[in-house]
Design a binder for this molecule. Structure first.
Ligand code: NAP
Ligand code: HSE
Length: 432
């Protein structure tokens, strides 16, 4: 005889409807595996009259998410509405009402994770969030459970499918950013408002969650270096390829031996030889390096109805296990082994720098001496023939330097009479 577990769905969009559909599809399997029979008792939406691809009985729908909390037969609420303030109020009210929370909302956790988990601890009610990072890839369980006996040396991830699709097509077909973005929107990969996909913040929200879980303190969005992919051109893809690299929107999370944690999400040159360089299209991948396990790679679909709802089903199974036998874990455990986030300006990296310069004698010497005064060494130089908009591109790769000094030097270079337009500075990741 299985336990009946009442579920309330807050949100019946791409993911919420997928959860309902797949819960029905695999109800028998889940029941046999978990000993729990899930029953969706209420569904909150904005517009109950909307035509939907996935159908549910009309009496389940409400426009008021608090109806889910008022139903004593609902043990688990699944927050899949999107946004931050409304879901924050809802999740806090759910925890205070003693309802286990499942959410796929990375923006909510990145902005309000500290407050949510403080409350979860106080109320002794868990919050599960596997779908919030990398869609169908079970990376939260990996970091929280499978690798619990490891210190995390580094986590690198391609965490946004839309930007990876755009960069892949730019690299493989020599296309420019704008037409590929339009196509990604037409194909339904990018959001109707694709700003967070493109400006790096969707991936940054996911990186904040991974970093916080790995290092035991809640990382604040203000401490993360985030840049979007808008300024990367097809020509940069070509230059990177000549140098033996691919450009990806990469989340880099690592700790130094003093316990300072570095988190950045920026378009990054990745060596062709690294496995993340071959993660293409809408796929996501996360590479985790632990001091005991070594390097491990997780690859799969980072978005979409079915992959994301697969992660929500896993959380429902875990939430049901908690209902049957409460455990210590509330979803996030703070600890004190790591101290703080390193300010972005202090972080050290190699760089790719593209400048537009005048084609005349002495220009390269002037640029090289500006870099030398800043104690920044040149790794390689490409200056292809051909004038574009009155200047020639000059591409340099540069040795390790602190980001603050590098940025200041780029400002100085931009002020030189021989340098035209806006330079592009990208990080290079060596995975050392
Ligand atoms: P969506 O398609 O826009 O669906 C949102 C749902 O929430 C809709 O059913 C909407 O109602 C309902 N809703 C919104 N505000 C509401 C309110 N104030 N009261 C009641 N209902 C409300 O969003 P989604 O793509 O499923 O994403 C849901 C969450 O999962 C987001 O946090 C997203 O970041 C996360 N996520 C999405 C994916 C993905 O691939 N889509 C992957 C991982 C994580 P109506 O249907 O009436 O409009
Ligand atoms: N818009 C996101 C992406 C999907 O393109 O990866 C959910 O995180």
């Amino acid at each position: 005889m299985s336990n009946r577990i009442g579920v309330g769905l807050a949100g019946f969009g791409t993911v919420g409807a997928g959860v309902y559909k797949n819960l029905a599809r695999n109800a028998d399997l889940l029941e046999q595996r978990t000993g729990a029979g899930f029953e969706v008792r209420r569904i909150a939406v904005r517009d109950p009259g909307k035509t939907r691809d996935v159908e549910a009985p009309s009496h389940l729908f409400t426009t008021d998410p608090s109806d889910l909390l008022a139903d004593p037969g609902i043990h688990i609420v699944v927050e899949l509405m999107g946004g931050v303030e409304g879901p924050f109020q809802f999740v806090c009210a759910a925890l205070r009402a003693g309802k286990t929370v499942v959410t796929g909302n990375k923006a909510l956790l990145a902005e309000k994770g500290r407050e949510i988990f403080d409350l979860a601890r106080e109320m002794r009610v868990p919050v599960f969030y596997e779908a919030a990072v990398a869609g169908g890839i079970p990376i939260i369980k990996v970091v929280r459970e499978a690798f619990v006996g490891n210190r995390f040396e580094a986590i690198h991830g391609i965490l946004n499918g839309t930007s990876n699709y755009i960069l892949t097509r730019m690299a493989d077909e020599g296309l420019d950013f704008a037409p590929v973005l339009a196509e990604a929107q037409k194909l339904g990969y990018a959001e109707a408002d694709p700003a967070l996909d493109i400006n790096g913040w969707d991936a940054a929200h996911k990186a904040i969650i991974l970093a916080s879980l790995a290092y035991g303190f809640w990382v604040s969005p203000a401490e993360v270096l985030v840049e979007g992919i808008e300024r990367v051109t097809a020509a940069d893809m070509l230059f990177a390829s000549e140098l033996g690299y691919r450009i990806k929107l990469l989340a880099s999370i690592k700790a130094d031996p003093r316990g300072d944690v570095e988190v950045r999400v920026v378009p990054t040159l990745i060596p062709d030889s690294h496995v993340l360089a071959s993660v293409n299209g809408v796929f996501n991948a996360v590479s985790v390096r632990g001091d005991v396990v070594g390097e491990a790679l997780f690859y799969g679909r980072g978005a979409g109805q079915d992959p994301t709802s697969s992660s929500v089903l896993a959380d429902l199974a875990e939430a049901a296990a908690f209902q049957q036998s409460p455990r210590r874990c509330v979803g996030f455990t703070a600890h004190s082994l790591y101290r703080r986030c390193k300010p972005a300006m202090e972080t050290v990296s190699k760089y790719y720098l593209r400048l537009g310069v005048q084609d005349r004698p002495g220009v390269l010497a002037q640029i090289a001496s500006t870099l030398a005064r800043a104690d920044i060494g040149i790794l390689s130089v490409i200056q292809p023939e051909g004038i574009v908009d009155g200047s020639v591109p000059l591409v340099l790769t540069l040795h390790d330097a602190p980001f603050g000094r590098m940025r200041e030097t780029v400002r100085e270079l931009t002020g030189l009479e021989c340098v035209h337009g806006n330079p592009l500075l990208l990080h290079m990741e060596t995975f050392a």
